[in-house]
Write a protein that binds this ligand. Structure first.
Ligand code: NAD
Length: 267
């Protein structure tokens, strides 16, 4: 229970990694805002489940597209109206639209950049405004606020056929570091989590076939696909005061995928 009396917004939390993070934050005692893009039923079911395991903390479900300024404004306004303050933003929403780079349309490029990079900017900016307005909340957290961006190993590993996705996550690396630099003096901590292969809907095409899973495991020194809880545990630590001296960095939760597994033998 490291997050009692704190409020945490998790974007894109009606599924996958975001859903596990919302669950973990609620188990740690936080009020949780479950943002969803399209799956209202799943978001409401999650809120209902989490209310059951919560003690004094409360859940709220808010629809919104993180790439749209007015939707982001609405998510944050509803958060402050209900809970009075925001302590943690987990900016998790992300999409993949894949195509060979010479066939990638401008629309496909823009949509991924809009959600994965501009969405991260809009949510981080809105969170920072809340943090600066509130100031440090004594006895709640040592930090004025915490932002956790959901990046990917592809913030450093190039990815053929996924130009828009890899570019969005590469851009996110500098977004995270620049914000950490700018707002460190205010005691706002900004970090990223870079998952490797985590078993969710976004990569089902890969892990759902035997061949796909075999190929994937060749890229993971630790020998297993990641689970959503692996990422949620790292997020809870980054949100808590246990990581109070950690800002401007990326935590890789990837089973060693970023350790150049192609060089396991003679190369
Ligand atoms: P997912 O598809 O289950 O989750 C993505 C979530 O983002 C969904 O809930 C979706 O509704 C939401 N979303 C999409 N567009 C949105 C928008 N415009 N506004 C608000 N929400 C929107 O997949 P996931 O694997 O849980 O992905 C979560 C994050 O983790 C993404 O940022 C993804 O890039 C990152 N990631 C995942 C993996 C993996 O292996 N699963 C690896 C690296 C990074």
């Amino acid at each position: 229970m490291r997050l009692i009396n704190q409020t945490c917004l998790v974007t894109g939390s009606s599924s996958g990694i975001g859903k596990a993070i919302a669950r973990k934050m609620a188990m740690e005692g936080a009020n949780v805002i479950i943002n969803y893009y399209s799956d209202k039923t799943s978001a409401e079911e999650l809120a209902h489940d989490l209310e059951e395991i919560s003690v004094d903390n409360e859940m709220m479900v808010v629809k919104g597209d993180v790439s749209k300024q007015k939707d982001v404004d609405n998510i944050f306004r509803k958060t402050i109206d209900k809970f009075g303050a925001l302590d943690i933003l987990v900016s998790n929403s992300g999409i993949q639209i894949d195509a060979p780079s010479h066939e990638l349309t401008l629309e496909q490029w823009n949509r991924v950049i809009d959600v994965n990079l501009t969405g991260q900017f809009l949510c981080a900016q809105a969170a920072i405004k809340c943090f600066l307005h509130q100031g440090i909340r004594p006895n709640i957290s040592k930090a004025m606020g915490k932002i956790i961006h959901m990046s990917s190993v592809h913030e450093i590993i190039p990815w053929a056929g996924h130009l828009n996705y890899a570019s969005s996550k590469g851009g996110l690396l500098m977004l995270m570091k620049s914000l950490a630099l700018e707002y460190g003096k205010d005691k706002i901590r900004v970090n990223s989590i870079a998952p490797g292969a985590i078993q969710t809907a976004i990569n089902e095409e890969v892990w759902s076939s035997k061949k796909g899973m075999e190929n994937l495991l060749k890229l993971i020194p630790y020998g297993r696909i990641g689970q959503v809880e692996d990422v949620a545990n790292a997020a809870a630590w980054l949100a808590s005061d246990e990581s109070d001296y950690v800002t401007g960095t990326t935590i890789f939760v990837d089973g060693g995928m970023s350790c150049y597994p192609g060089f396991l033998d003679n190369g």
